[in-house]
Design a protein around this ligand. Structure first.
Ligand code: NDP
Length: 457
């Protein structure tokens, strides 16, 4: 990056606007990465003003450039014996705080820009957990929908055949994300073990409970997001008990958000998939939802067919049209736009908390900010998943297995701590109640201090 010249940068770096313009120029065709970077950069000027040593060391300029980007071919045979070719990615963004850590996404939309947006967010999220994990992300444009178990296994084996040389419990530790759950982690771990001839349980997280997995990891992202929401409401003298909640998505994060919200007395009315949404006046029947999505790998439309009169399936429309007190977007990026935010606000929403990564567009965040809605950004609110992955690594290193209660207790402490850190940091920098600014600044300061201490690398 050429922003270091005196005329462009002055003595204290380029400033966030100039840096973002340079980032867009140098990373063409990556709109999600541009969006994620802008959301962080535009909140950091107060820190750089207060701490010129960070600007002098060009911490931001270094931070937006991944330490390493890996792209590779993934050839595999489908059930009819035909050759298929996908593309694999791993972006190792920043390891100042620990080994690269972040999930793998298998979805047809995956490209380098999406992996970079996710990896960039992951740096700050992982820093916010207070644990020693760096930021990375990976995946493939492989779509597991409609593929047999045998096809998914062959794909995972081919993917890991290349990826394994970049991984290690002290180097880079992937986990799941969209399209990568317990089945895929099992096949990936098996191939890693076979190639390396090592039982290196800390190399992947989200493993099965009998072979190194952590209790409460499956539940952690959804549970953590609801706990974060509870903390935001508590700060305003409110309680989740008795509130109406909308959840989008029907995957891992959505299902366990619903479970925790219901356990705390909320009435969860909705869930969705890429085809449409379900609204259930009696509240989502979680056992039925789990049966359809986790066991049968079916579609959300089947939920309405089997649930009876209380549930309606609405194809192709926005789940955010349903009047609720709390919205938990838990599907994918940019699923909640400015129009949807206006509808939610006019229906009286009190809190919005991101289970997914970057599900809320910048325009929608501005609407919530203006209306005084409590807004929990994903890098804080969904950090319980990676936080519990780090607890899994800790158990693996000590060859221990913790109880569900102990792990959930640690998760709750992590989420409370993240909430309080974001809240207090936002206040300290003159943005009271702004969890976006609080999360970005607190995450940035921790990584920046480590980078500063470790010299120019
Ligand atoms: P899953 O694959 O388990 O579920 C994803 C859900 O989102 C499915 O219901 C899927 O529907 C829906 N979805 C995916 N893409 C789209 C789309 N383009 N439009 C509408 N709906 C879509 O993934 P997870 O639950 O693990 O992940 C959900 C989100 O949470 C992602 O943003 C992920 O990055 C984030 N996250 C996940 C963590 C984890 O621990 N799993 C940790 C932190 C964040 P369909 O089946 O129709 O595709």
């Amino acid at each position: 990056m050429t922003v270091h010249t005196e005329d462009k940068a002055g003595v204290h770096g380029a400033g966030s606007a100039a840096l973002h313009a340079e980032l867009v120029r140098r990373n063409p065709g990556e709109p999600e990465f541009h969006q994620a970077a802008l959301e962080v950069l535009e909140t950091l000027d107060p820190v750089l003003d207060a701490r010129p040593e960070l600007a002098d060391a060009r911490i931001l300029e270094r931070l937006v450039e991944p330490e390493r980007q890996i792209m590779f071919r993934v050839p595999w045979l489908d059930d009819r014996g035909r050759v298929q070719v996908n593309r694999g990615f791993r972006v190792e963004f920043n390891s100042a705080l620990g080994p690269y850590k972040g999930g793998l996404r298998f979805h047809s939309s995956v490209n380098l820009g999406i992996v970079k947006f996710l990896g960039f967010e992951q740096i700050f999220k992982n820093a916010l957990t207070g644990l020693n994990i760096g930021g990375g992300k990976g995946g493939s444009d492989f779509d597991p929908h409609g593929r047999s178990d045998a096809e998914v296994m062959r794909f995972c084996q081919s993917f890991m055949t290349e990826l394994h040389r970049h991984l290690g419990e002290h180097t880079d530790v992937p986990a799941g994300d969209i399209g990568v759950g317990g089945r895929e982690i099992g096949y990936l771990f098996g191939q890693y073990r076979r190639i390396t001839n090592r039982w290196e349980s800390g190399v992947l997280t989200g493993k099965g409970l009998d072979w190194g997995g952590s209790r409460a990891r499956t539940e952690a992202t959804g549970y953590g997001n609801v706990l974060f929401t509870v903390e935001m409401l508590r700060q305003r003298g409110e309680d989740l008990d008795g509130l109406q909640v909308a959840v989008s998505g029907s995957g891992n994060v959505a299902i366990y958000s619903i479970e925790k919200a219901q356990a705390l007395g909320a009435n969860v009315l909705t869930c969705s998939d890429s085809g449409g949404y379900v609204v259930d006046e009696k509240g989502i029947d979680l056992e039925l939802l789990k049966q359809i999505k986790e066991v049968e790998r079916g579609r959300i439309s089947e939920y309405a067919e089997r649930r009876g009169a209380s549930a309606t399936y609405v194809p192709g429309e926005s789940v955010w049209d349903v009047p609720v007190d709390v919205a938990l977007p838990s599907a994918t990026q940019n699923e909640l736009d400015e129009d949807a935010a206006r509808v939610l606000v006019s229906n009286g929403v009190k809190a919005v908390s991101e289970g997914a990564n970057m599900p809320t567009t910048p325009g929608a965040i501005a609407v919530f900010r203006e209306a005084g809605v409590a807004f929990g950004p994903g890098k804080a609110a969904n950090a319980g998943g990676v936080g519990t992955s780090a607890l899994e690594m800790r158990q693996n290193a000590a060859r221990e297995t913790w109880t569900f209660e102990r792990t959930e207790g640690e998760l709750a402490a992590i989420m409370r701590n993240i909430h309080d850190t974001c809240f207090e940091t936002a206040e300290r920098f003159g943005h009271p109640g702004d969890y976006v600014a609080g999360a970005n600044i607190a995450g940035f300061e921790r990584v920046a201090d480590a980078m500063l201490a470790q010299g120019l690398i």
